[in-house]
Each structure stands twice: as C-alpha cells, then as structure tokens.
Design a protein around this ligand. Structure first.
Ligand code: FAD
Ligand code: NAD
Length: 327
C-alpha cells in the first residue's frame, strides 16, 4: 500500500484539499494542534449556546465554490443568513441593506469542517513542529517529540507564519510564506438576559475600535436563551491591545458597542474574549497554493488567495490539484 498524504491543519483549506484528494482515490491523514477542526471557522460552546468567534459568514463569488456551497446547503450543513444590516460611522448608525447572499454553517460555523472531516483519520491536539524528508518518504515530528509517517507528500494548511516554520525543507516556499504578514483580531462574545432594543443584526463599523458586530442569535439554527452578540475589533486596535488582559478587552469593547448601538446596553450575563493572532493576511495574494512538486511539499490557506473562507477553500483545491497532476 502506498503511504498516505499528510495534511497539517483542519481548517477549511486543509479539509478542502483532503476532500479533493479522497475523491481522487488517495489516502490522507490529518493533524491539528487544536482539539477540534475548523481553525478560524471556529465556534465556541458556552453556557449561552454556541457562538461563532471567527468567520461570521461567507460569500461565494467563484462558480466552483458556489456549486459546492449549494451541495452543503442540500445536506443541511449551511444556510443563508439575511441579517438586518447596518453601517455605523461618525455620521451615525444607518440601515445598509444589500442583495449579497451570505452563508453560515448550521447550527454553528464549525459544523462545516466537522461534516467535511467525517470519519477521515485525524490527530487532534497534535502540534507539528517539523516536517522532515527521509530517504523516500516524509515524516512529521510533533511538540511531544513523537514522529509520524511515512507519508508520500505533505500539505501544510496553516496560517502563513506557522507554515513558514514547517516549510524549512523548501526554502523558496518558506521565504514566500514568511513574507506574508498576518494581522490580529480580538473577538468578544456577550450574552444579555434581556433582548437589546435594536433592529441591528449585523453592522459594518468605521472610525471605531470595532469593525463588525453581529447578533449571533439571528443566524439560522442558533438556540440561545440569551441575546448573544459577537464583536470584532479592528486590526489596528487589536495590535495595540495584543497583550491586554481579556477582562480589559471585554470592558473596552463592551463600552464601544454600547456607544455605537444606539440603545441601552446592560452589563452582560455572559462574556468571553478570544485573541486571533493570525486573523487575516495584511495583503491578498494570487498564488493559489505554494508547491514544490519535485519534493512533494505543498502549502495552502486563505493567505495564498483572498483572506476569506472562499479563498481558503479554493487554495485547498489548488494544492490538491497540483499534487494530483504530478503523481
Ligand atoms: P485556519 O482556519 O487558520 O486553519 C489552520 C489550522 O491549522 C488551524 O485549525 C490550526 O489549529 C492548525 N495549525 C496551525 N499550526 C499548526 C501546527 N503547527 N500543527 C498542527 N496544526 C496547526 N472570512 C470570511 O469569508 N468571512 C468572514 O466573515 C470572516 N470573518 C473572520 C473573522 C475573524 C475574527 C477571523 C479570525 C477570520 C475571519 N475570516 C472571515 C477569515 C476566515 O476565517 C479564514 O480565511 C479561513 O477560515 C482560513 O482557513 P484556513 O484553513 O486557511 O486556516
Ligand atoms: P461582504 O461582501 O459582506 O463584505 C465585504 C466588505 O464590504 C465589508 O467588510 C464591508 O466593508 C463592505 N460591505 C459589504 N456589505 C455592506 C453593507 N451592506 N453595508 C456597508 N458595507 C458593506 O463579504 P466578503 O467579501 O465575503 O468579506 C467577508 C468579511 O469578512 C469582510 O467583512 C471582512 O472584513 C471579514 N473578515 C474579517 C476578518 C477578521 O479577522 N476580523 C478576517 C477576514 C475577513
């Protein structure tokens, strides 16, 4: 039997690559440092129900992605979310409706990667620290000092700074990944026992510590006894408060939210903060994926394309395509 293909990262890029490889008859084995799949499409289970802390929704502009999203919808993994949209700026809070179709995982964002993972072989809580080449095969070393392998090829589907460290065997690819800066985002979830007196369900924000707020409970399939909200700080604010304690971040972003939302905002009954260190690439690239086909080493992720869910999925497809064309 031929050795399987290792995929490091079970975000949407890694799982997109996995799906394409499985469909072509290949075997894969997946690794993730977290305890579950999803990466930045994560949802956090809380006493107030699940809240989407990373990606809020996604759009499908590419035909191939749009087709696959329709299949996900038919299987009940995603649904359209049509929030009552607003825009907040120094001019105030104003309705900002549009015709854009926006998708969310159901009943939570992480449902998509969980469904894509299915029963594929995966090692969770396994942080890979080194990707090394043996005589004929690849091996992986994890943070506990354990070795994994042999593998015929390796696909690295992590954010760029983490990919750069794992691409040491291919210095050109490592250099490209290292050139990608990624910006942080502080995310805060709040739950209120009384429904806030506002029509807002999603709001794009300018000139503020916040750049987005969403009423999590307004997304399809979310069950929560509380009125749950997710607040995202801008990259700039997040960088300036990178090492602030979570309590201080919650307090300041709760304050900014109370000021912009235009209704009474009581103290939340529930709150949490999460820091995304590598939330988004500072710049979009058009690489598709990185490949050293002779070595059998590949990298993919949102940073190879648009910095969005769609870009990450397309990048995973591209890594798989380039691997398969070289078999
Ligand atoms: P990730 O989801 O980051 O997956 C990488 C995986 O690799 C992770 O699971 C990680 O644990 C694992 N990993 C990393 N290093 C190692 C290692 N050494 N060993 C093992 N495993 C490792 N996009 C949209 O389209 N719409 C939005 O509304 C939106 N909002 C966002 C809001 C926030 C706050 C954030 C953070 C992102 C948002 N995005 C949004 C972007 C979107 O979430 C990402 O583009 C997409 O999820 C990236 O997928 P990925 O597979 O490339 O990477
Ligand atoms: P989209 O088309 O809904 O939004 C793209 C951008 O257009 C928005 O950021 C906003 O500035 C503007 N916009 C869209 N509709 C608007 C409306 N009705 N009123 C006012 N402004 C509007 O979705 P997309 O292109 O798929 O982008 C995904 C979203 O994910 C973006 O908002 C992006 O900022 C966000 N994102 C956030 C992070 C993070 O770390 N916080 C990372 C990646 C992506």
């Amino acid at each position: 039997m031929t050795a399987p293909i290792a995929i490091i990262g079970t975000g949407i890029a890694g799982l997109s690559a996995a799906q394409a490889l499985i469909a072509a008859g290949q075997n894969v084995e997946l690794f993730d440092k977290s305890r579950g799949s999803g990466g930045r499409m994560a949802s956090k289970r809380t006493d107030a129900g699940s809240v989407d802390l990373g990606a809020q929704y996604f759009t499908a502009r590419d035909r191939r992605f749009a087709e696959v999203v329709q299949q996900w919808r038919d299987r009940g993994w995603v649904a359209e979310w049509s929030p009552s949209l607003y825009n907040a700026s120094e001019g105030g809070l104003l309705p900002s409706p549009d015709e854009q179709i926006r998708w969310v995982g159901t009943p939570r964002m992480s449902a998509i990667t969980r469904a894509l993972l299915g029963a594929l072989p995966v090692n969770f809580a396994c942080r890979i620290t080194e990707v090394f080449r043996g005589e004929r095969h690849w091996g992986l070393q994890d943070a506990e000092g354990l070795s994994h392998g042999p593998f015929s090829h390796v696909i690295i589907a992590t954010p760029a700074p983490q990919a750069a460290a794992l691409l040491a065997a291919a210095p050109k690819l490592a250099g490209a990944a290292a050139s990608v800066a990624m910006d942080p985002t502080w995310a805060v979830a709040l739950g209120f026992s009384e429904t806030l007196d506002t029509q807002v369900e999603g709001c794009f924000i300018q000139d503020n510590p916040l750049d987005w707020v969403a009423r999590n409970r307004s997304k399809p399939g979310r069950e929560s006894s509380l009125d749950t909200w997710v607040l995202h700080a801008t990259s700039n604010w997040s960088r300036q408060h990178l090492d602030s304690p979570k309590e201080a971040v919650i307090e300041q972003l709760h304050g900014a939210f109370a000021e912009m939302i235009g209704c009474a905002v009581p103290a939340p009954t529930f709150s949490l903060a999460h820091r995304w260190l590598y939330a988004r690439p500072s710049q979009a690239h058009q690489w598709g994926a990185l490949a050293d086909a002779d070595l059998g080493l590949y990298a993919c992720g949102d940073w190879c394309l648009s910095g969005r869910v769609e870009g990450a999925w397309l990048s995973g497809q591209e890594a798989a395509r380039r691997l398969l064309e070289h078999l």
